[in-house]
Design a protein around this ligand. Structure first.
Ligand SMILES: CC(=O)N[C@H]1[C@@H](OP(=O)(O)OP(=O)(O)OC[C@H]2O[C@@H](n3ccc(=O)[nH]c3=O)[C@H](O)[C@@H]2O)O[C@H](CO)[C@@H](O)[C@@H]1O
Ligand SMILES: C=C(OP(=O)(O)O)C(=O)O
Length: 429
């Protein structure tokens, strides 16, 4: 199993290219199931989750070409991939595939809308908490689907096409918003989704669906209106830059000190997190085609955060921000409201010398003046990168084990950081 070895202490100076967003690419790839035409996606990140979803879509009959070639490209950052679901050969998404990646449950929306049936394994829990699907089921039922849950599978049928309806989400769900929006594009009549997620990834998906011929208004607000159409066509669409990768490297610069331009990053995608980072004493400015992040010689001021749906502070940056706060000049409170078990990095940060106590959904971080390198274990995607951030400022050597978590969501992390002067390498074994 690969490990990442870091020797802390170097400032970061230079440029880091920001990749396409994992959390936008995955639903966009799934949207290819809605049409028998080709969907070309530009700026698709080269990540384990993307490769896994290619396998899952392949099981349904989706073919793909990478930059015009059938084989997967070994070199290069984010790629252009064309997906073609000319024929859906299987409407079942089996446990063996869905259990490997939670987002694959989302195939239920397009399969049901296009084929009138879908049989999709329940995703089950994951390290950061339970991942319920009640809102997906409620919402699809509101569109007229008949749904049974049997033997760990959600079996959905809509033999006479889905029918538009008004659905009010009882709580904000990014995944259920993606799925209901995709399903409603092919439903009969109008669907109004209220209390919908406003995340940039929802907007990116809506724009792609519109390019495919869907009629959608209001994406990015909490009310999305969709007029169903008979069929969707192919399109060419670009994945937005990854706001979580952007925030992660911004926090890495804040932690290690230095001056880095995040190339291709967009401030509007993570205004709240950048405002929070600015309060720590980090300088953030817009530059041509990117964001400049600087912290030189000043200490890190403590700032409290509460994770919230967009436009609030994202749960996917909570662990990284906690990594930064471990060396702040005082106490900060970090409250997680989205997932019930997203604090597994606390124990590992403590191994590096961090002082953190947990009180329910809040972590109280008492900043220390130095961290010391140690072997640590990645427990989930964002937790693992918080350990990398801490390792960049820790004295001596930190080894992050179970790097496959990082490979789900960070393209060429060690190359991007070492390109800015960090001592970081992957040790393959
Ligand atoms: C609102 C929010 O911040 N969503 C995050 C969530 O999206 P993801 O789509 O994974 O999760 P949801 O947005 O659906 O979940 C938000 C909340 O709703 C609950 N829920 C969800 C579906 C359901 O049927 N029933 C239910 O109760 C979840 O348990 C959670 O507490 O994780 C992603 C990966 O970390 C993040 O990128 C998203 O920003
Ligand atoms: C936890 C994440 O992904 P997933 O929801 O696919 O597990 C994430 O992107 O931080």
């Amino acid at each position: 199993m690969d490990r990442i070895r870091i020797v802390g202490g170097n400032h970061l100076e230079g440029r880091i290219p920001i990749s396409g967003a994992k959390n936008a690419a995955l639903p966009l790839m799934i949207a290819s199931l809605l049409t028998d035409d080709s969907l070309t996606l530009e700026n698709v990140p080269h990540l384990a989750d993307v490769e896994q979803l290619i396998r899952i879509l392949g099981n349904h009959g989706v073919d793909y070409t990478v930059n015009g070639r059938r084989e997967r490209q070994q070199e290069g950052y984010s790629r252009t991939i064309t997906f073609s679901a000319r024929q859906i050969v299987d409407t079942t998404a089996p446990y063996e595939l869905v259990s490997k990646m939670r987002a694959s449950f989302w195939v239920i929306g397009p399969l049901l809308a296009r084929m009138g049936e879908a049989r999709v394994s329940l995703p089950g829990g994951c390290a950061i908490g339970t991942r319920p699907v009640d809102l997906f089921i409620d919402g699809l039922q509101a569109l007229g689907a008949e749904i049974d849950v049997e033997n760990g599978y959600v079996i959905a049928r809509a033999k006479n096409r889905l029918t538009g309806n008004r659905y009010v989400f009882p709580k904000v769900s990014v995944g259920a918003t993606h799925v209901l929006m995709m399903a409603a594009t092919l439903a009969r009549g109008e669907t109004v989704l209220e209390n919908a997620a406003r995340e940039p990834e929802v907007v990116n998906l809506a724009e792609c669906l519109v390019a495919m011929g869907a009629r959608i208004e209001g994406a990015g607000t909490s009310t999305i209106t969709i007029q169903g159409v008979e069929a969707l066509s192919g399109a060419r669409h670009q994945v937005i830059p990854d706001r979580i990768e952007t925030g992660t490297y911004a926090m890495a610069v804040a932690m290690a000190g230095g001056d880095v331009v995040l190339e291709g990053a967009r401030i509007d995608l993570l205004q709240n997190a950048l405002n929070t980072l600015a309060q720590t004493g980090t300088e953030i400015s817009a530059v041509e085609n990117g964001i400049r992040v600087r912290r030189n010689g000043t200490g890190i001021d403590p700032v409290d955060v509460i994770t919230e749906p967009f436009p609030g502070f994202p749960t996917d940056l909570q662990a990284q921000f906690m990594g930064l706060m471990t060396m702040a000049r005082g106490k900060s409170k970090i409250t997680e409201t989205i997932f019930e078990n997203r604090f597994m990095h606390v124990q590992e940060l403590a191994r590096l010398g961090a002082h953190i106590t947990l009180a329910g959904q809040t972590a109280i971080v008492d900043g220390v003046t130095r961290l010391k390198g140690a072997p640590v274990m990645a427990t989930d995607l964002r937790a693992s990168v918080s350990l990398v951030i801490a390792g960049l400022a820790a004295e001596g050597e930190t080894t992050v084990n179970r790097v496959y978590h990082l490979d789900r969501g960070f393209e060429r992390l060690e190359e991007k950081l070492s390109g800015c002067g960090a001592i970081i390498e992957r040790i393959s074994s």
